[in-house]
Design a protein around this ligand. Sequence first.
Ligand SMILES: Nc1ncnc2c1ncn2[C@@H]1O[C@H](COP(=O)(O)OP(=O)(O)OP(=O)(O)O)[C@@H](O)[C@H]1O
Length: 600
Amino acid sequence: MKNIKLLWNYMKGNRSKYTFAILSIGMAALFSLIGPLVMKITIDSIIGNEQLSAPYWVVRIIEGFGGVSALKSKLWIPAGMLVAFTVFRGLFLFFKGKWSAEAAETVSRKMRDQLYNHLQYLSYQYHVKAETGDLVQRCTSDVETIRRFLATQFVEIGSALFMLLFSGYIMLTLDLTMTLVSLALVPVIFTFAVVFFIKVKKAFKLMDESEGKMSTTLQENLTGLRVVRAFGRQRHEEERFEEKNRINRDFTYKLIRLFAWYWSISDLICMFQIGMVLVTGIYWTAMGRISLGTLVVFTTYIGMLLWPVRQMGRVITDLGKAMVAVERIQAIIDEPIENMEENGDKSPIYGNISFENVSFGYETDKPILKNINFNVEAGQTVAILGPTGSGKTTLVHLLARLFDYQEGSIKIDGKELKTIDKKWIRSNLGLILQEPFLFAKTIKENIRLGRYDANDEEVVEVAQVASIHDVILEFDKGYETLVGERGVSLSGGQKQRMAIARSLINNSPIVVFDDSLSAVDTETDASIRAALKERKNKATTFIISHRISTLSEADFIIVLDKGKLIQTGNHDQLIHEEGLYKKIWNIQNSSEDGFMEVAN
Ligand SMILES: Nc1ncnc2c1ncn2[C@@H]1O[C@H](COP(=O)(O)OP(=O)(O)OP(=O)(O)O)[C@@H](O)[C@H]1O
């Protein structure tokens, strides 16, 4: 019931179109039911000599034509009526199709937009944990399920109800006992459909979930195909996919089996119902209890009626499927969006940063950063070194307010970070990731993602600082070259440099290199850092790296271990101090020497 209400809410703004669609189907039902009635009157009373027995309003229409006797010589009138009713029926069916399709398209478009927009504002943590394949499935095939239901099935409910109501009424005016015989098994067919619906809902959910898992595996595999190849893990990946594919097939099979049972049993009951009408009707006609025309009406009606009632089973199962889809979509919509606290401080940021006893854990009882203290002045470069998992990325994520620290205080230009507007701080902080994502756009468009109003000179300037300008000029189309799947393939280092250019174009007062020079050779790394130093408006720069040569020129270096700040100072101080920095410096120095020796 809750899901039906949700669907009803989604239909807001289109409900009148649906009402018209349902009314049209009502009219279409009426015109298809009048046809057999005209035939009955023609057979019984116009051609034959039976007393006219028909609903009151039909009798009045016939009187309007001069009565039954006048029609005997004008048989073209009932024939013309049959043609006209068929045309009207077609016309109303057309309107039904048009309005319901239009409304369904609008509803599904609205749903997709709402989902897409909502996904943009969910927290960072949500996206870290969410499975992309599953999200894609919800935004595409779940919405499609709902669209299909609204476009084709929803109005069928109206059709079945109108058919039942109108035909029930006409049949009752003709013969009560024959009506009871004709409708005897309709409740059974309907109940059977409802029971089936309850059973099938769970099966549909299982199938959808397994399909989601299958597409997640596929998506993950396609994203990481290079890793799979490099490690020769194709066989393992094949098996993993085969397993998911098999589970999905099993659930689909189960569903098909359920459907097969449903249609066969429902066919049997329907045949039985038609048989009952035929046997009783023919017998009673032969006995003279009912007229031949009445038999024609009942046999035609039962044929017309059973289809929508059986379709109800289909409609209800599709309703079940649509309800599952609504539930899955709603689960995303119900996910709280990140609280952006729009009214936070938005005064200019210069880049003086201080950490005082900052502690943070993704889960409150598992601290990742413990009592961190340091100060950075605007324009300084801070390098961060530490073993993997020591909390380096977490520390810079705190600066971007992707997460809020639980203890201590982070101040930017003397203002508590938590009071600064989230959007504002993020637009003032250029975060360059280790594995940057480039969109399937041109190089220029990718760089301008950092600031849409940047002009060509600015694009070239940041590309030069990021040491990617010369590489770009080597491509046939230069800055207009497409990157990504349909364009040129860039190396890891080139991608990193593109990401650096993209971040620099914003002229953010704070820039964070999260291991984003790892794929760049030492020489290019040094020239990027030198170019950065030369820039006007030098930003406060955080550089996370495992390479001592990258870190050594920083104004000061922070060494983290297991979330604690264990050393701080500049390169000269740290190489004379026993600790992790010196140890790594020694290792890298000796390997470089070794390297040099081999090279010489
Ligand atoms: N979004 C997250 N949710 C929960 N735990 C996380 C999340 N991100 C990181 N962690 C955990 O926090 C710890 C520190 O991770 P972090 O990424 O900050 O380390 P790091 O020093 O940057 O490591 P690396 O050098 O490997 O990038 C790790 O134990 C990691 O598992």
